[in-house]
Design a protein around this ligand. Structure first.
Ligand code: MN
Length: 307
């Protein structure tokens, strides 16, 4: 188990909005850079290398071929490029920080993480912080949007083109996946979750048990089972009253302190080996406040403390 995140952080931008079929989230990486993410991390003592964005073709230059898997070809192609970059960063002993982009990016990020883990004989684990379960497949999706499918694809459920992305499947064992913050789950998705061995903490559990209890339990469980913890943070997990600029806002999310406490506790554990943030949408934001909050939360997850 790597006990401290690498001193070297590689920022990888993934300006993807095809998985959400809605413009705006493609500007997420820029919004996070404008919120000074690099400086914030350098102030914590990290050496940060911004590797720029992966090129993704505009929605306007493409057509939907399969309405149940919209923009599949471009998403697969670019997620494979992302996987390659993530794997390379980890192989160099660095910490990849992927800035989205809609959450379809996680199919790529997790492919890179899983490929690195396979080669190094490490078991990967995943903390998925999200208002949604992202457990749809082409058969259950009401929208055809691939950003609702990355958890399913990563545990090997769904269309083969997605599950086998980067050449192997599954990327991660469902029992090593912990979902926190859920409050909007589609009907058929619920059935898939119940049949799976995913560990799920909905907002009801957050209300009852509190973030402190939940994240400590998740980290303790994961540390016993895996050697690489990836955190996938969908900014829509936070309440839209403080994070309005997200792909799919849902009321009843994490409040300001709950979100920070979650990230601060992850930092204290010292066991996170890679991180991605998804779904920042500057077009429906107010003066970039959602990206500002997200940049603060990233800093908290990498060691920023009040004292
Ligand atoms: Mn999501």
């Amino acid at each position: 188990m790597t006990n401290t995140p690498s001193k070297y952080i590689d920022i990888i931008g993934f300006p993807m909005d095809l998985g959400a079929d809605r413009r705006g989230v493609d500007m997420g990486p820029s919004a996070l850079r404008i919120a000074n993410i690099q400086t914030k991390l350098e102030q914590l003592g990290y050496k940060v290398s911004d590797q720029g964005d992966i090129f993704i073709k505009n929605q306007e230059r493409q057509t939907v071929k399969n309405p149940k898997l919209k923009y599949l070809d471009e998403i697969v192609k670019t997620c494979e490029a992302l996987a390659k970059r993530v794997e390379k960063s980890l192989t160099a002993g660095h910490f990849p920080l992927c800035l989205g982009g809609d959450h379809s990016m996680a199919i790529g990020t997790l492919s890179g993480v899983a490929a690195y883990c396979r080669k190094n004989n490490l078991e990967p684990g995943l903390i998925w912080i999200d208002a949604h379960a992202d457990m749809n497949t082409h058969e259950t999706t009401p929208s055809g949007n691939i950003h609702g499918m990355p958890v399913a694809a990563s545990i090997g459920i769904g269309d083969k083109v997605l599950t086998n992305l980067y050449g192997f499947s599954p990327k991660i064992k469902p029992e090593n996946v912990f979902l926190i913050g859920l409050r909007s789950v589609d009907c058929l998705e619920k059935e898939l979750i119940k049949k799976s061995s995913l560990k799920v903490y909905t907002m009801t559990e957050v209300d009852r048990k509190g973030v402190n209890f939940i994240i400590n339990k998740v980290l303790k469980d994961l540390k016993q089972r895996v050697q690489h913890i990836h955190v996938s943070f969908d900014v829509d997990s936070i309440d839209p009253s403080i994070a309005p600029g997200v792909g799919t806002p849902v009321s009843g999310g994490l409040n300001y302190r709950e979100a920070h406490l979650l990230m601060e506790t992850i930092a204290e554990c010292g066991c996170m080996s890679s991180l991605e943030v998804a779904e920042v949408n500057p077009i429906i934001d107010t003066k970039n406040k959602t990206a500002e909050l997200t940049a603060e939360l990233i800093a908290s997850s990498l060691g920023l403390r009040i004292l």
